[in-house]
Design a protein around this ligand. Structure first.
Ligand code: GLV
Ligand code: GLV
Length: 310
């Protein structure tokens, strides 16, 4: 397809292309728009010699070897900001669905199990209001999640390794208290993850961390699956230590159909839909277009991840 400015080819399937298919299709391309299911590693970058810009249709870009791209003078862009509120909404959907057992309750009716009008013990869950929420990672999305917690009169703790403000300014801004990771895990009724996936955050929540969490507490993950040791999470859920989990992301996506997590009633599972509102996905698309057009025209793209390349 020829647009006003460029020759454009699009991968026609919902299924991600294999590495070979990307190389075949993009071998001559100067710009590449990628999804987080496309692995753009050093090998791939070597195989795309004309590449000037990689435009990621997501805020996270752990599927791209940015270091290698930078070394080769290739610009990388992402879609920050526009999906913050939408992802915070989804995080809250998971918090509420998990705490109040919404999905289980829906299944209960559909299976024809609602036979007694009102049961004092029926589907009892956990309170959200007045509870303690622990937010790990206080970037844009963490802040948006914290802001929503005020409506529930929650005590909010957070643990954040990187932020632009001083801790005192950040505490003031989000109405929350900064703590060590251990304190956060020990005191929170609900723990929500908002860190990017990096070498420092792989399995940030493992056996030990899950063990420190309060008995009956809830873990919510809308960041990246690999931030949690999923096998350890499964054990913590089946042993009865954790009360439940709300998961948008998984170690392997799509989650294998025989994953034991699928059999657990106290887990709410959604298929990586954090940013999936009609508005936000459209805005992300426009943002990608602006980024790739700017880069190919030799201008500074608005959302550059590796500005040192310029
Ligand atoms: C989605 O996971 C994103 O990083 O935008
Ligand atoms: C992502 O946009 C974040 O900073 O949390």
């Amino acid at each position: 397809m020829i647009t006003g400015m460029f020759y454009v080819t699009t991968w026609p399937s919902e299924h991600p292309p294999s590495k070979e298919e990307i190389v075949e299709m993009a071998a001559d391309c100067q710009g590449l728009i990628t999804l987080l299911s496309d692995t753009i590693d050093a090998d791939m970058i070597t195989n795309l010699p004309n590449l000037k810009v990689i435009t990621q249709y997501a805020v996270g870009y752990d599927n791209i070897d940015v270091k290698e791209a930078t070394r080769r003078g290739i610009i990388v862009t992402n879609t920050p900001g526009v999906l913050t509120e939408t992802t915070a909404d989804l995080t809250w959907s998971l918090i509420m669905a998990t705490a109040r057992r919404i999905v289980e309750a829906d299944r209960y009716i559909r299976k024809g199990n609602w036979n007694v009008a009102w049961g004092p013990q029926l589907l009892l869950g956990a309170d959200i209001y007045d509870a303690t929420l622990g937010i790990i990672g206080m970037g844009r999305i963490g802040k948006a999640v914290a802001r929503r917690a005020q409506g529930f009169n929650m005590r909010v703790l957070f643990h954040s390794r990187s932020h632009n403000e001083s801790i005192a300014a950040l505490e003031e801004l989000v109405g929350a208290q900064s703590t060590s990771l251990d304190t956060l895990l020990r005191e929170s009724d609900i723990v929500s993850l908002h860190v990017p996936l990096t070498s420092a955050t792989i399995h940030l929540i493992g056996e030990k961390e899950l063990g420190i969490m309060k008995k009956g507490s809830i873990l919510v993950n809308t960041s990246r699956g690999q931030v949690v040791d999923q096998d350890a999470l499964y054990r913590a859920l089946t042993s009865g230590h954790l009360g439940g989990a709300g998961l948008d992301v998984f170690t392997e996506e799509p989650i294998p159909k025989d994953s034991p997590l699928i059999g657990l009633p106290n887990v709410v599972l959604v298929p990586h839909i954090g940013s999936a509102s009609k508005n936000t996905r459209a805005t992300m698309a426009t943002m990608c277009a602006k980024n790739i057009i700017a880069a190919l025209n030799g201008e500074r793209p608005p959302n550059i991840v590796n500005p040192e390349v310029l």
